[in-house]
Ligand binder design. Structure first.
Ligand code: ZN
Length: 118
């Protein structure tokens, strides 16, 4: 695909329809997680702190983090920077986005982050 080479490239490999579909998918995912989080919070609120399962706390943490990531992905979709690796600025392969729609980095950068960097 030819580009004129100036400015930030449009979201790579995504046309308008794909963006709409993705946004819908992210919003559905967000809705599900938000309601699961709300339900868990309700349970935890009604439970004495020492009786709350530690797993419930970590599940809530995970959900909150997912929500933050999904929000970030939705924002990047609006800005047209979705699918660009935050680490190296390269396009994230479509196959990876298919599996992990809210991912922020390519596999290589993710590995570097998970590995503690160097
Ligand atoms: Zn990268």
């Amino acid at each position: 695909m030819a580009t004129n080479g100036d400015g930030i490239a449009a979201t790579p490999a995504l046309d308008g329809a794909a963006v709409r579909e993705l946004r819908q998918r992210l919003q559905e995912d967000r809705g599900k997680r938000a309601s699961e989080l709300a339900a868990l919070e309700k349970v935890v609120e009604g439970t004495a702190p020492e009786q709350v399962e530690p797993a419930d706390y970590s599940r809530m943490d995970n959900l909150r983090q997912s929500l933050t990531e999904i929000d970030g992905a939705l924002r990047r979709l609006e800005e047209g920077t979705y699918g660009v690796c935050e680490g190296c600025g390269q396009a994230i392969p479509a196959g990876r986005l298919e599996i992990l729609p809210h991912v922020r980095c390519c596999v290589r950068c993710q590995g570097r982050i998970d590995g503690g960097g160097r």
